[in-house]
Design a protein around this ligand. Structure first.
Ligand SMILES: [Fe+2]
Length: 246
């Protein structure tokens, strides 16, 4: 069976605004599996002043969940990541603790607020790149300067950043114009990843299977494979030689 990644989700219990309990974590994993997902990079929030769970706590809960998952879903692979909300200390934080990165690699799932201006996004993204990191801009469709300018999206891509959109955006759940933006990114070759950004099974649920089906129809199976398998596989492959546990 084909591999399929979800590289952005909030399934680790009791560390952010995602799953509240181990049972809820496992229920979301079951839904991921039902939709065809085989590999998940779990990305709890880090946002100073809002989501500050210590990485020791995050890693502890990750290991409990992974242990349970190996029993219930032995064919699934789980990796530890982070959705890192941009701040002025991020290069120091990332250097000090690899658990702020994706699977212990140089990839960083970088989040901006919708209201952050283009200059700030450009400067913070470049700062990561110049320190040797590989930023992936989380749900880039929510960043107004990116959403409103394909030229700016292209500038970030040319600088070395990669762009991620949410499955809900691709499926049209965030409205027609957001979906149209995602399609434009695809047509321009600027999109590298789709993540579920799932937090629960209610209002922020998993729709990644539906997103993949849509992209397969719209752009073909090999293009979908690039977004859902080849590109995210590159992230975890980059972890070879880093600490096994991530
Ligand atoms: Fe997220």
């Amino acid at each position: 069976m084909d591999k399929m990644f979800d590289m952005h989700c909030h399934i680790i219990y009791d560390v952010d605004d995602g799953a509240r309990s181990l049972e809820e974590s496992l229920a979301i994993l079951r839904e991921e599996r039902r939709q065809g997902v085989t590999d998940i990079i779990l990305t709890p929030h880090l946002r100073l002043g809002m989501f500050e769970a210590s990485r020791d706590r995050v890693e502890r809960h990750f290991k409990v969940l992974r242990h349970e998952a190996r029993e219930h879903f032995p064919e699934m692979n789980l990796y530890l990541g982070c959705e890192f909300h941009s701040n002025m200390d991020m290069t120091d934080m990332l250097a000090e603790d690899a658990r702020y990165r994706m699977a212990g690699t140089d990839y960083v799932l970088l989040e901006f607020s919708g209201a952050h201006p283009a200059d700030y996004i450009r400067e913070r993204t470049y700062s990561l790149i110049s320190h040797g990191y590989r930023p992936i801009i989380a749900h880039c469709e929510r960043c107004h300067p990116i959403y409103s300018s394909l030229r700016f999206a292209g500038e970030l891509f040319d600088m070395g950043a990669e762009l991620q959109v949410n499955a809900d955006t691709v499926c049209g759940r965030e409205g027609w114009s957001m979906k149209r933006f995602a399609v434009k990114l695809m047509k321009e070759g600027l999109l590298s990843y789709v993540g579920s950004d799932a937090h629960n099974l209610r209002d922020r649920a998993v729709h990644i299977g539906e997103a993949r089906t849509y992209i397969e129809k719209k752009a073909g199976g090999s293009y979908a494979r690039r977004l859902f398998e080849i590109n995210p596989q590159r992230i975890v492959d980059a972890s070879c030689g880093t600490k096994e546990d991530y």
